[in-house]
Design a protein around this ligand. Structure first.
Ligand SMILES: Nc1ncnc2c1ncn2[C@@H]1O[C@H](COP(=O)(O)OP(=O)(O)OP(=O)(O)O)[C@@H](O)[C@H]1O
Length: 264
């Protein structure tokens, strides 16, 4: 369970470029929830995920992960609790290491890391079996360098890595956005399967309002660094993109800028 309370973060405070990215952002994500996060450009979606992961430290507010206060902890001290897949397929994996070495690093997430010279046999069999579930034939390419894989294959392996060891929350930051449509829908389906099978708690940022409604159990919209609406359960069932736009208008008295949201 994640509880973020009244998070505030201003970039470049006191400078001409002062930019309040989080302005009282509060959200509780319960165990097993799969929350989709939408919002126009600059709404604070990535900053919020960065704050949860510890990549930026907030100016004020509190972040609890399973009731442990992580607000002031840097990323490496949160890695056992927070797993992440990035938009850029090149981020989050080491292209110079083999697939199995990347997976071995992921199993050590949150623990003292020492790669050693060889991946132990019992791990290798486990990795082979896990990779086989992706249906990409990567179980036969354990020693291939990660850098040889396509963007979609890398995102699939990143997802596997993020779910190899237990974490309190999985953060997905537009992780299909850099992929072609067919690969993106494969990776999205894989994401849904992994989250459902392992009963993961997840937050997924997407620019597609349609996707935000089709995927997950709850949808949160951010605007100017705070939550403008949060819908789940019966309230969310059957909702369409136009209903989300109406909700936004009701909450803010503003019309969403069509250029800043992809209404696909
Ligand atoms: N490291 C940084 N330094 C300065 N300003 C930043 C930094 N990171 C983000 N910002 C600013 O904070 C605001 C929120 O950015 P953020 O990336 O969180 O928005 P977003 O909702 O993820 O947008 P997008 O959909 O365009 O990715 C923006 O105005 C952005 O320019």
């Amino acid at each position: 369970m994640i509880t973020a309370t009244d998070l505030r973060l201003t970039f470049g405070e006191g400078t001409p470029l002062e930019n309040p990215a989080l302005r009282g952002m509060s959200l509780t994500v319960n165990q097993g929830e799969f929350v989709t996060v939408i919002g126009s450009n600059g709404a604070g979606k990535s900053t919020f995920l960065n704050a949860l992961a510890g990549e930026v430290l907030v100016d004020s507010g509190k972040i609890l992960v399973d009731n442990i206060d992580v607000t002031k902890l840097p990323t490496h001290k949160r890695t056992g609790r927070v797993a992440r897949v990035f938009q850029d397929p090149l981020a989050g994996t080491c292209e110079g290491l083999s697939i199995e070495e990347n997976l071995a690093l992921a199993t050590k997430r949150g623990k003292h890391r020492s790669l050693g010279t060889a991946v132990k046999k019992q791990y290798r069999e486990h990795f082979r079996a896990s990779l086989a579930t992706l249906g990409l034939g990567l179980e036969n390419r354990l020693t291939d360098k990660m850098g040889l894989l396509s963007g979609g294959q890398r995102q699939a392996v990143s997802l596997l890595m993020a779910s190899l060891t237990p974490s309190s929350i999985l953060l997905l930051d537009e992780h299909t956005a850099a992929l072609d449509p067919k690969t993106a829908s494969f990776v999205l389906e894989l994401t849904q399967n992994i989250i459902a099978e392992q009963k993961l708690t997840a937050l997924m940022v997407t620019h597609s309002m349609k996707q935000a409604l089709e995927v997950g159990t709850r949808t949160v919209m951010l605007h100017q660094g705070e939550v403008v609406f949060d819908i789940a359960g019966k309230d969310r069932e059957g909702l369409q993109v136009k209903d989300l736009l109406n909700l936004f208008e009701q909450q803010r008295g503003l019309t969403v800028d069509d250029d800043s949201l992809l209404l696909s």
